[in-house]
Design a protein around this ligand. Structure first.
Ligand code: ADP
Length: 313
């Protein structure tokens, strides 16, 4: 079974995160032995994005959610770097600004969704409105509890319009989170990430897990699936995310568009030596072969011009 089938939240199923091992790594042994496979997926992601951009028909929205230190940034760095920035953007959603709060919660989200040929990665998303908002009672229950259906309708609308949606929950356990917080002290390039609010949020671990379980259970459909990625092992997380993205994009059966010009004619006109090498007649021959009626038309045009000139004078 591929990881896509194994890690996908089946529509209608009830997720119990306590029963999902965040340290799981399937049949893969370790980082060293799986690196070649990750490289292969990343190369394939690069190719698939190039076709998506050229075909200009589909768009891809990748939603990344995780507890603090869950590895969203690392996933973006290691997997999404395969994509050319010309056709890909990453959008982070932070505490809403006053302007954003003055609108409905999907307002800031909808305008950042990808257009045709593009990929957008959401680093946090509209799901915060049923996660942090729920855990901290930022709006009453009767407001947030309606949002699951609203989110489902919104995502249905996106997918109906040609956007493919893939949602990843990077699942780490509580001990792993503490270890990652601790590691930040040891690595000088990670110290800037140390934040007291992360420790305070940790006190709400169980409430967050419950909120995640509801979102994952209520909002996973074939058209907008959630994947629970065991993410204690960063290498497995990267491997799983990249493999699922490759399979999803390959499923779109994208292809490069047909050239919009006559390739032989362009080759003959501008690359004479290449044309000759591939057996095409030289450009003079092509000119001679222009149908007579077209040549006549040209002459008539010339006459007309003269007439016009006469008329004007
Ligand atoms: P990150 O943790 O994603 O790297 P930050 O440390 O800036 O980035 O955290 C962003 C914060 O914004 C998080 O605490 C998150 O819960 C909060 N946030 C995002 N969306 C909302 C929202 N809709 N309402 C309230 N808080 C939100």
């Amino acid at each position: 079974m591929s990881l896509l089938d194994e890690l996908r939240v089946k529509p209608g199923s009830k997720v119990n995160l306590a029963k999902i091992d965040a340290g799981y790594h399937g049949d893969y042994e370790d980082e060293g032995t799986s690196q070649a496979e990750l490289d292969k997926y990343c190369r394939r992601l690069s190719e698939l994005q190039a076709v998506m951009y050229a075909e200009n028909k589909h768009s891809l929205l990748v939603v990344l959610q995780a507890m603090d230190a869950g590895g969203k940034d690392g996933t973006i760095k290691h997997v999404m770097e395969a994509w050319n920035p010309q056709g890909c953007s990453v959008v982070g959603f932070k505490v809403p600004t006053p302007e954003e709060l003055a609108h409905d919660y999907l307002w800031r989200i909808h305008k950042m969704t990808p257009g045709k040929g593009h990929i957008t990665v959401f680093n946090r998303s509209h799901y915060e409105d049923v996660l942090v908002v729920r855990v901290h009672n930022l709006v009453p229950k009767e407001v947030w509890s309606k949002r699951y259906n609203e989110i489902n309708a919104f995502e249905r609308q996106l997918t109906n319009s040609g956007t493919t949606l893939v949602k990843f929950f990077l699942h780490i356990d509580k001990e792993e989170q503490l270890q990652r917080f601790r590691d930040r002290f040891e690595e000088s390039d990670k110290q800037w990430k140390i934040s007291e609010s992360d420790y305070k949020e940790r006190e709400y671990w169980d409430e967050y897990q419950q909120a995640y379980m509801d979102a994952l259970s209520k909002c996973s459909f074939n058209y907008a699936p959630w994947y629970i990625i065991p993410a204690n092992h960063k290498w497995f997380r990267n491997l799983a995310v990249s493999q699922i993205l490759v399979e999803t994009m390959e499923g779109l059966k994208m292809k490069y568009p047909e050239p919009s010009v006559d390739l032989a004619a362009i080759k003959q006109l501008y690359h004479a030596e290449v044309a000759e090498a591939s057996g095409l007649p030289p450009v003079e021959a092509v000119v001679k072969e222009i149908p007579k009626d077209k040549v006549k038309k040209g002459k008539k045009k010339g006459k007309k011009k003269k007439k016009n000139k006469k008329n004007r004078s």
